[in-house]
Design a protein around this ligand. Sequence first.
Ligand code: ATR
Length: 284
Amino acid sequence: MSCLLHAESLYGVIGHPVGHSLSPLMHNDQFQHQGMPSFYHAFDVLPQHLEEAVQGLKALGVSGFNVTVPHKIEVMQYLDGLDEEARLIGAVNTVVNEENGWIGYNTDGEGYVQSLLTKTGDMLRDADILVIGAGGAARAVISALTGHGAKRVTLTNRTFSKAEALQERLAERAGIRALPTEEAEKETSSFDIIINTTSVGMSPHTENMPWPVENLKPGCICSDLIYNPLKTKWLQEAQKAGADILNGTGMFVGQGAIAFQKWTGIHPDTERMHDVVMKQLGGN
Ligand code: ATR
């Protein structure tokens, strides 16, 4: 890695829009906490300016950067290499300026699974897991779940053909099946973990729910990648029905913590990162 510990380094996130990103707050607080004179900035980059923006960041010699919607796929063509997980997922959220070039990683899925593991421990491997959605977030989550040894993952999506395509894409990872929504719904009581990777229930459409809360398995974990609102209607209803719930703040902090570690070689204080984010989101 080209960055030296405690050297003055620049980091950032490119996306559009990025005005509401919590990453600058979370990383800058951590740099300060670690006594590092580094800085993280959110760069609003239009899709038509992506190539110039990436070349500009390289020319300026930043130490690394995050990539968010809508650039996670397009950015790959401007990098010098991809880590295996990013290649499998087909998207990059973290770029590191390394000795052998600008390398793309995907820390979203691993960040998510790290937060899920705090609830599940080793039972993750044998759990019956339902993943709702077949977009980029689902790809990252399923890839990391199977990477952690999850053997029984069911994938469902409003547009079933996309669920089938994702199953095929991840075919090298065993134990993934795609089911149409109606069929998966009939099996609701068999799932130990249900994960919503879609935007259903996100502000401002907070009344919508991605999955019914009737017939949940006792002790089921309902997990929503959304953190705006902190507790979606689905999580509220699932909790009332007896489920254990997990929102998306753990994933957000987790992906940032892994990126921080890759850039600096330092394990950040994830509890502090979590507190900073929760405070900003009005939680506790
Ligand atoms: P991301 O990269 O965040 O996963 P995405 O690639 O746009 O975003 O994927 C969004 C996912 O949410 C898709 O699985 C989408 O379903 P379709 O493939 O049918 O479009 C799902 N999704 C979005 N809005 C939805 C809704 N109102 N009901 C059900 N699924 C929805």
